[in-house]
Structures are given as structure tokens and as C-alpha cells.
Design a protein around this ligand. Structure first.
Ligand SMILES: Nc1ncnc2c1ncn2[C@@H]1O[C@H](COP(=O)(O)OP(=O)(O)OP(=O)(O)O)[C@@H](O)[C@H]1O
Ligand SMILES: [Mg+2]
Length: 623
């Protein structure tokens, strides 16, 4: 087993420091907006924590401390120093860094228990030079000492605090958490430098997955995670860009948008925000991007792009475009985009699919390229039996209305009574807000035999993951038992979703993590990974729509494409040009800025099949 090696012996955060009386009441309290916490040791190997800021400078002995870490993944924790009679309330710490900082603290505290100690006499007589050093990274000695510690010795703990020894043992024995790849790490590092970053890549290259890691290293109270659509926002636990920007539907004049954004709550959100994240950027049009960027500058009284906010955007412009079709359709065509001077990355490694033939087909389709071999492979899937155990394929439709009609009529045609499951939303009156940013609906209608999709990771090793497909077998104690494709039957229980408004208010919805899954619209499926899909592309009306639909599937064996024809696939020529510019610098730090790059005639994107791409672009322009 690998020990977790954590080097995070310091962290930057906000905090409150409380000085306590002998009776435990608070004598004095100071709030610090930015401070640094550092774990150090002296020449006798005693551990201390330095708390340093403009307002305070404290060196606290790390002995018999009590740690509360329940809210560490929200960037909060409390450390009580009984010997110094001080409580340190940490907040606004980047969650991943705080968790790592606490890990090293647990390990070092536990390891210190069994390391040799100098007596008071030895300390007084010591001729050692006085020193304070940064602690060393966790090493094999620490791990061995921790294994030797008897963790039953420390049973009396205040409510909700954690047992230092048990925590240290757990961190030493657990395998390293699943991490991000090297190409994903490069993006993360660039974000940590404070640059504006745009990262792209084909479907399933882990853009949204990486966003989660990015969110975890940024201070929560200054970071806003958004996406262009509610369902995409839901996947990263964020809100829609519209709802954060507070400019209504964004269709009004600049003056109107500014007036709306000047409402007190909205204005405060813009002022608090230091890092703005936008997923599925391809669906934000140029005009909206310009408006939001301008509003940010006005509200923040700062003429830098987005009023000085760090902007991190990701998405794939070869997937679905903005709904509004104007001359400057895509946001990369806007002046604001150029002003942001994004460092651009193209992620290459596909994670959603692992079948190289399917990945290669998808990569060609993404560029609007279709050849006879690809056509035959997709047409051959039309007769494929992909169903099993009563679970039917989910049909991806070009229009939302079509998908709704299929779900309604299929449910109606099943025998038996409909059972209605009503979500509990809190606080009251937030249903509309929750509907905008949650995939799980306020009301779910089910019957025995209903085709459903799971909307939450329940047990990853059992295949009970977000997107898993199943069928309702029966109802036990009022809740459905669903049989999933993995063969597992699970009595689905109510789950809780929590989202934070840009004002910091927590909104919760309790509901069954299920959704009817006979059919979805392709637009609603953007961003998802699906188990078993049937696709009919006869009514395709957008560039990238066929590619989005097909790239939801994990492999060719669980995919059925009905009536495939090459004319259903095309790429937008403006986007291809943009990607040609980017591809010249793949995975390089490229501040594209205002400089328009001249291109060689033959793009690196597709040197050999340029003519075929061209054909499908022309098809689109004839439409
Ligand atoms: N580094 C990684 N390690 C393990 N799994 C990963 C990694 N990156 C992504 N994945 C998995 O790959 C799948 C696709 O990832 P994700 O949805 O983030 O891709 P995406 O680029 O956002 O796709 P889309 O363009 O369709 O939105 C998910 O199941 C995700 O959990
Ligand atoms: Mg995504």
C-alpha cells in the first residue's frame, strides 16, 4: 500500500482567532481575511503552527489539539489549542489544499507521539542552536511510528472532533486518491498561477472532471462555478452563468443589463467573485459574453477584462453551438475573448470511451468527416441488440418535445397506477431556482416497468453511478426497486442535493435520484455519459449535434444508430478555423490574445482528409 505523501505544510485562508478565558469563554476574537498557516518544528522537534497575517502573528504549540474537520470540503475547519487557550476557525480555504494540510497535520501529530522527546531539563541545558524549521514531507519513519501507535488510547473526544491517531492511520494506509492526468495537471497549475485559462478537447477528455479539481484548489467564497445550461451546471455543482450574472435573459440593452446587475445581491456577488468558472462555453454566444464581460468591468469599477476576475472557461466548440444564430455566433469571435488573453490547452486523452476504433470514429465525426468505412460501421449498429434484462436503450432525440412525448406515452402505456414522488425543497419558494440547476425534477412519475436513469453516484464499484440505466421492478415500502444494467437491484432511496446560490445561501432538494429514460433530447444530454443509447439523427439541425449524441455512449456495443446518413454530420467552418489556430500550439501555453495567427494551408487537425471535411461544411451551408 502507498502512504499518502502530502507536502502541504502551509496554507492560505481566512480565519477567526478566539482567545479564551480559563473558564472557556471567549475574551477576544479577531477576524482575518487573509492569513497563512504553517506547520513548523523547533530544534527539539516540538510541533507548532504559525498563524501569520497583517493583524496577528501567533506561534501555537501543537499539543493535545482538538480538530473539527467535518466541513473541510467546504473549506472550513476548527483547530482548538487548549494549552494556548486559543481556537482557530479556518474558512475560505481551497478545499483540496485544506484536506491535504489537515492530513499532514494528523500524520505529524500522531508520529510525534512516539518520537523521542527532550525533557524540560534537557531543553534548559541544551547547547543546540535555536531554530524553527518547516516540517519535512511525510516519510517512511512517520508511517512506521503511526503503525505503532495504540489508537484506543485516545477515546474521549469532544463532539464531532476527530481522533488524530485514527485519522493518521487512515491516511497512511489509504491508496492515493484517483487523480488527474499529467495533461490535466498542466491546466490546473496554470489556473493556480492566476492566469485566464481556456481548455478544450473532444467529448470525454475530462474537462468537467478537471473542473472539479480546479474548484477544489480555489477559495470557495471567491469562486463561482457556472455553466451555460442548467444540466451542465448541475454536473459541476454550480449555477447557470445567467443566474450568476444577474442580467435577466441577457437580451436587454447594455444599460438594462447593468441596471439589473446593480441589484444589491447581484452586485455583491460580482464584487466577491475573484475566480469565475464557465463550463460548456460553446453554448455562450458572442454578444452575451461581451455583455457579461462589460457588466463585470462596470460593477467592479475595474477596466481589466471581467473587471480583474480570473476567468476559467472550458468546453468543446465542435459540440453544440449557442442557440442564437448571429453573424458573430461564437464567443471566441468577440473582442472580450481576445482581451482575456486566455492560456489555451487542448486535452487529448479520452476517458469516456476506451475502444480505440470508436474513439477514432468520434474524432472524425467531430470534425465533420465521414467516410464509407465509418458510415458502414454506424449503419451496422442499427440492428444491434443492446438491450438486456428488460432495460431498453435510451433514445436521443433532436428535439426536446419529441423526447417528452416518448417518455409520457411510454409511461402511459404501462399497466398499473402512476406513483408520484414529490421533492422536498428548502428553503421554501426556491423550486424555480432549483429546477434551473438540477437534473433531478420536482415531481417524478413512476410505474413498474418504467425505464429510468440514476442521477447520483451511489456505489461506484457496483456500477450504481450517475447515468446508469435501469428498470423499475417493484415498489417496496413505497420506494422503487430498480434493476440496473450491471445486474444489481437497488431499492432507491431519497437523496439530497445541495447547491449554493452566488449569495452563499444553501438550497437543498430531497428526491429520488431517478429520471425517466426512454428518451432524452441531445441538447439535454450534452455533458453526460450514458450506458445504452439509441440515436435517430433524421432531424439533425445543428453542427455538432450528431457528434454530441454519439459521444455520450461508452462503446459501440451499447449503441444503436437508426438510419445513419453522412449528411447528418457536419462541423461549423468558423469553429474549424478557430481550432486550426489552436492546434498549431497544442498543449502549449498560448496567450492567443489579439494576435491573429496566419495559418499554413494544410491544418494539423486533419492533414489527409481535408476534402471530406470540406464536403460536410458545404452541405451545411447549402441547408
Ligand atoms: N483523470 C481521470 N481519471 C479517471 N476518470 C476520468 C478522468 N478524467 C475524466 N474521467 C471520466 O471520464 C468521463 C468523461 O469525463 P467528463 O464528463 O469530464 O468529460 P468532458 O470532457 O467534460 O466531456 P463532454 O465534452 O462530453 O462534456 C467521466 O466518467 C469522468 O469521470
Ligand atoms: Mg463536460
Amino acid at each position: 500500500m502507498t502512504a499518502v505523501i502530502s507536502n502541504n505544510s502551509n496554507i492560505s485562508c481566512s480565519c477567526s482567532i478566539e482567545w479564551l478565558s480559563a473558564g472557556g469563554t471567549i475574551n477576544k476574537s479577531v477576524k482575518v481575511k487573509t492569513c497563512s498557516l504553517q506547520i513548523v518544528r523547533n530544534e527539539f522537534r516540538d510541533l507548532f503552527m504559525y498563524v501569520q497575517s497583517k493583524e496577528v502573528n501567533q506561534k501555537l504549540l501543537l499539543k493535545d489539539v482538538v480538530i473539527h474537520k467535518k466541513f473541510a470540503n467546504e473549506g472550513k475547519a476548527t483547530i482548538m489549542f487548549p494549552l494556548s487557550k486559543i481556537n482557530l476557525l479556518i474558512n475560505n480555504a481551497p478545499p483540496a489544499l485544506l484536506i491535504s494540510f489537515l492530513k499532514i497535520l494528523f500524520i505529524k501529530l500522531c508520529s510525534a507521539k512516539s518520537s523521542p522527546k527532550a525533557s524540560v531539563r534537557e531543553k534548559l541545558l541544551s547547547t543546540k542552536d535555536r531554530c524553527v524549521q518547516e516540517i519535512s514531507p511525510v516519510n517512511a519513519k512517520d508511517v512506521n511510528r503511526i503503525k505503532a501507535v495504540d489508537s484506543n488510547s485516545n477515546l474521549k473526544r469532544p463532539n464531532q472532533s476527530v481522533d488524530v491517531d485514527l485519522e493518521a492511520k487512515r491516511h497512511c494506509s489509504e491508496a492515493n486518491a484517483p487523480s488527474i492526468t499529467d495533461e490535466q495537471k498542466r491546466v490546473l497549475h496554470e489556473v493556480q498561477k492566476g492566469c485566464n485559462v481556456f481548455f478544450t478537447g473532444s467529448a470525454g477528455t475530462g474537462k468537467s472532471y478537471l473542473l472539479q479539481s480546479i474548484i477544489n484548489v480555489l477559495p470557495p467564497e471567491m469562486t463561482v462555478a457556472t455553466a451555460s445550461t442548467g444540466s451542465a451546471a448541475c454536473l459541476i455543482g454550480g449555477v447557470t452563468l445567467h443566474s450568476f450574472a444577474g442580467i435577466g435573459d441577457g437580451e436587454g440593452s447594455l444599460a438594462k443589463c447593468l441596471q439589473l446587475a446593480k441589484r444589491p445581491n447581484v452586485q455583491q456577488n460580482w464584487r466577491n467573485c475573484k475566480h469565475l468558472i464557465i463550463d460548456e462555453i460553446s453554448m455562450i454566444d458572442s454578444e452575451l459574453f461581451e455583455k457579461i464581460e462589460w457588466v463585470a468591468r462596470q460593477i467592479r469599477g475595474n477596466d481589466k477584462p471581467f473587471g480583474g476576475i480570473q476567468v476559467i472557461v472550458c468546453g468543446d466548440f465542435l459540440q453544440l453551438p449557442p442557440v442564437k444564430n448571429s453573424k458573430k455566433r461564437f464567443c471566441f469571435m468577440s473582442e472580450s475573448w481576445d482581451k482575456c488573453n486566455f492560456t489555451t490547452f487542448v486535452l487529448k486523452q479520452v476517458h469516456r470511451q476506451n475502444d480505440s476504433q470508436f474513439i477514432s470514429i468520434l474524432n472524425k465525426m467531430r470534425l465533420g468527416e465521414v467516410n464509407p468505412e465509418l458510415t458502414k460501421i454506424l449503419q451496422d449498429t442499427a440492428t444491434q441488440n443492446i438491450e438486456g434484462g428488460g432495460i431498453l436503450a435510451t433514445r436521443l432525440c433532436c428535439y426536446t418535445k419529441e423526447a417528452k412525448e416518448i417518455n409520457d406515452s411510454k409511461l402511459k402505456s404501462l399497466p398499473g397506477n402512476v406513483k408520484v414522488f414529490e421533492a422536498t425543497d428548502s428553503p421554501e419558494g426556491v423550486t424555480k431556482l432549483l429546477d434551473d440547476c438540477m437534473a433531478v425534477e420536482k415531481q417524478i412519475f413512476l410505474k413498474e416497468g418504467a425505464q429510468v436513469m440514476l442521477l447520483k453516484n451511489i456505489n461506484v464499484s457496483n456500477g450504481l453511478v450517475n447515468g446508469a440505466r435501469g428498470v423499475v421492478q417493484k415498489f417496496v415500502n413505497g420506494t422503487p426497486v430498480v434493476k440496473f444494467l450491471s445486474g444489481i437491484s437497488y431499492n432507491v432511496k431519497e437523496e439530497k442535493w445541495v447547491t449554493k446560490t452566488p449569495q452563499g445561501m444553501l438550497l437543498t432538494r430531497k428526491q429520488l435520484p431517478l429520471k425517466l429514460a426512454w428518451a432524452f433530447s441531445i441538447h439535454k444530454s450534452q455533458g453526460l455519459t450514458l450506458d445504452c443509447v439509441e440515436i435517430c439523427l433524421n432531424n439533425t439541425f445543428e453542427a455538432g449535434q450528431a457528434y454530441v449524441a454519439l459521444s455520450r455512449a461508452k462503446n459501440l456495443k451499447r449503441l444503436r444508430v437508426i438510419g445513419f446518413h453522412p449528411k447528418q454530420v457536419w462541423a461549423n467552418p468558423d469553429v474549424l478555423k478557430f481550432y486550426k489556430r489552436i492546434s498549431l500550439y497544442q498543449n502549449e501555453f498560448i496567450p492567443l490574445g489579439k494576435k491573429k495567427l496566419s495559418l499554413p494551408v494544410q491544418s494539423k487537425l486533419n492533414p489527409s482528409k481535408g476534402s471530406i471535411i470540406q464536403r460536410n461544411i458545404l452541405l451545411k451551408s447549402r441547408k
